[in-house]
Design a binder for this molecule. Structure first.
Ligand code: MN
Length: 165
């Protein structure tokens, strides 16, 4: 058999074998493999603990983390180039977009912040909050970090419709 025919036969065989083994492409990371760390003071006020579930990289451009905010803790003002979903998993928190009202969120709420919109998220002053955060990196960036949320901004009245805490 000619050499080029052998090569084609070998390539066909390897492609066929790969198609029979799709499960080999699945990756599972267990909770035991992950670590959590305190959010840096440049990006947070107060005590926030973040555990990254996955990070933007070779597999995808998505990053996800679970962040626990102690009462009084919040992010600094920041944005995300492709927007961000927050899924509140426990507690009660506050979120605000630049120029908009402070909003109350509680377990089960899903928050979408559009691309480029400066915002912050965190616990209320008296109750902790935990959320999952999912966002896409663009050109290697997950967003821009701004100034800290001042106590005056943080303690502003919540929007009337949500003023039920
Ligand atoms: Mn955010």
């Amino acid at each position: 058999m000619r050499k080029d025919v052998l090569v084609i036969a070998a390539l066909t065989a390897s492609l066929f074998a790969a198609s029979l083994l799709p499960a080999q492409s699945i990756e599972i990371s267990s909770a035991a493999e992950r670590t959590s760390a305190r959010g840096p003071e440049t990006a947070y006020t107060g005590l926030a603990i973040a555990e990254f579930l996955f990070r933007a990289g070779e597999a995808s451009d998505l990053t996800a983390g679970e962040i626990s905010f102690e009462p009084g803790a919040r992010t600094a003002w920041h944005n995300h180039p492709a927007g961000q979903y927050l899924i509140v998993t426990s507690g009660v928190g506050w979120v605000q977009a630049r120029g908009g009202p402070k909003r109350l969120v509680r377990a089960g709420d899903v928050v979408w912040t559009p691309p480029g919109v400066f915002h912050w998220h965190g616990a209320t002053a008296t109750q902790g909050m935990r959320h999952l955060a999912v966002w896409r990196f663009v050109d290697g960036s997950g967003g821009e970090l701004g100034e800290h949320v001042s106590d005056e901004e943080y303690l502003a009245e919540v929007e009337a419709a949500d003023a039920n805490e």
